[in-house]
Design a protein around this ligand. Sequence first.
Ligand code: AMP
Length: 425
Amino acid sequence: MSSFQTSPGTRDILPPHAGRWRALIQVFADGVESAGYQNIIPPLFEDLGVFQRLGDATDVVTKEMYDFMDKGGRHIALRPEHTASVCRAFAQHRPTPPWKVWYSGPNFRYERPQAGRFRQFDQVGIEVLGVDDSQLDVEVISLGWDFYQAIGLSNVSLVINSLGDAGDRGRYIEALGAYFTTHSETLSEQALATLERNPLRVLDSKRPQDASAIAGAPAIGAFLSTDAAAHFAAVCAGLDALNIPYVVNERLVRGLDYYQRTTFEFISGSLDSAQNAVGGGGRYDGLVEDLGGPATPGIGFALGVDRTLLACDAEECFSYGFPALDVFVIDTTGGSYALSITHQLRHSGFSADRAFEGRSMKSQMKSADRSGAQVAVIIGDTEAEESTCTVRNLSTSEQTTIPSTELQSHLVSVLGPRQPRRHTP
Ligand code: AMP
């Protein structure tokens, strides 16, 4: 007999934690939908080429991709993030811009699993395609900020930077390359390999050996064009106007290659510093074009659900309790009467669970207490014969027997009105 465990870097999100997870996504959805963002659900896997556009100097592309040949000979990858898929969707379907979308779902990266770093992890995020306005940058950042406030996280800080336009970035990368080459004897082996591929990425190194070279490296600010500098100043002014506190960090380059102009990260002060980024994003004005669409400005962010909840644990906020059931049905007859009573209760909008296997009254009462339900509806032989039911208030232990035709109105008087369960568009 074999027994299996979850694969490294993956985990089961069990109840009640999965309920908390879903509640978190609901808070996010409520916030961004009230700002005009609509839900998009891209596929979990795509042609590898879609994700290669993230940049061949990024770890996500070179080392962490879950890719495979499918049975039709296509080179497929599980998505490592959503932005490339959203841009591919835009290029494919050509919706009318501005296109404001939000998403939630798992991503896959073959990383070294550790606290707050998983191989399957979830993100919620937004993307806006087709708007080149610094006020939108402020809107996007503020929606991320507001989400953390809404779930009660107070120890989150916002770090922002501008990477300039493609030309600024090119000149900056050249200057960085020259600088790190002259300091190559102090760099770690890994940083030297990164330097070959993209000098910008060297700034991401967390190795102590690289710290002094990084500290003396040229900063992007001096390389910004007039336009890019004005855009960044306008973003900062907008955040000031909304009283959103931020820190400018000219070393913030973010892990993916496609960012231009505004980049930002949300950092939790309650998590271990190696995995303290709870979210991040930025402007990416060339990605849609790279994926075969028209030249389209884009901006967005992705927030890590796993890490955000770890930060909530650390700050003891966003606690979650499974909503209490209305009714627990106890049945000692084993007949279809209890079955249809339970069914009707659920259709009338009451949440209802029941016992099975015709266990003893005592054992079913225990289950009713454990369920957290407010009321037990007891069906015994007499009730089944006379089409009645006995309703027991589980907190006061008062009970009364009524005709089953009066059950719904009786429960409304005890528990309050409920909406019948039916889809209303
Ligand atoms: P990125 O797509 O790399 O910009 O990541 C955005 C956010 O997703 C990060 O700030 C993290 O909160 C989260 N994240 C990224 N990679 C992982 C991972 N391997 N495990 C858990 N969370 C992650």
